[in-house]
Design a protein around this ligand. Sequence first.
Ligand SMILES: Nc1ncnc2c1ncn2[C@@H]1O[C@H](COP(=O)(O)OP(=O)(O)OP(=O)(O)O)[C@@H](O)[C@H]1O
Ligand SMILES: [Mg+2]
Length: 309
Amino acid sequence: MSSGLAIEATGLTKRFGQRVAVDALNLAVPRGTVYGFLGPNGSGKTTTIRMLVGLLRPTAGSASLLGHDIRRDLIAGLRETGAQVESPAFVSNLSGRRNLEYLGALTLGRVPAALVDQALARVRLTGRDRDRVRTYSQGMKARLGLAQALLCQPRLLILDEPTNGLDPQGMHEVRELIRHLAAEDGMTVFISSHLLAEVQQLCDRVAILRRGQAVAEGPVAELLSSAGRLRIAVDEPDGVDAAALVAEVDGVQIVAREDGYLRLAAPPEQAAEINRRLVSAGVAVGELVIERQSLEDFYLDVTGREAQL
Ligand SMILES: Nc1ncnc2c1ncn2[C@@H]1O[C@H](COP(=O)(O)OP(=O)(O)OP(=O)(O)O)[C@@H](O)[C@H]1O
Ligand SMILES: [Mg+2]
């Protein structure tokens, strides 16, 4: 079966009693992309991932991994899907290597030593692989989780906050590894994260969840360019209201009026029209700066600025 999508979800829903954790979610993750899955604490990311990899049964809706329906054909999908879901559980008295062999045997049958070696080398645990997991740092455990996900030589990698607990070098390394897997091996990587600067650097597309629903989805560059910010230094003649003039331009919202400055949310292509209106009304425009919005600004705009539980 060859669907163009690595992950597809339609109306995917999970209720825990009265609480709707994932609310009729639709997802379409194209093959070969690095896809960011974002959202505040409790917005339903892990629950979605757990449903996708068969750890939780959906209340409603359907999903597929690499074209395999998760209700009818989960095993076929998982054969080509590596997953790391929240803090992976390892047997702390066994070495990293033994854990991989053990987990690999559970899910894949016997795993050739060469594959274990390769997975350990990829996450740079080779020198410590015979040490017990209880002697590992948090970052080493995170790498071991990643090694376990790579063990089946997946075409799709699903990672729930893979850089959680890593130091800046470790984060950088995992980021480089993900880039490499996507670029060299053509792997699709679906990654949940709270590190928005990281996601902005790494991901081709993102979906942003809020209370179990996707409130934004698309290529990162497109999401950000559709919501640009302008900062304009204005000197208004008496009786002229610069804010009122620009507010009439299509797609413009006034964000703030500060001493001598206007801040607007506006499509960048409206900058010329905004400038023309101001100048023709006699407003001196000292400066007009298109501020690139960061993914963090965009994210806070669509998910709200207060923490929600
Ligand atoms: N087993 C469960 N039983 C009851 N409620 C649950 C269960 N698992 C998750 N929930 C609830 O579902 C909602 C979504 O939780 P989930 O763990 O999917 O969020 P998340 O987006 O992964 O958050 P975080 O960023 O904190 O990891 C939360 O309200 C949570 O309390
Ligand atoms: Mg989570």
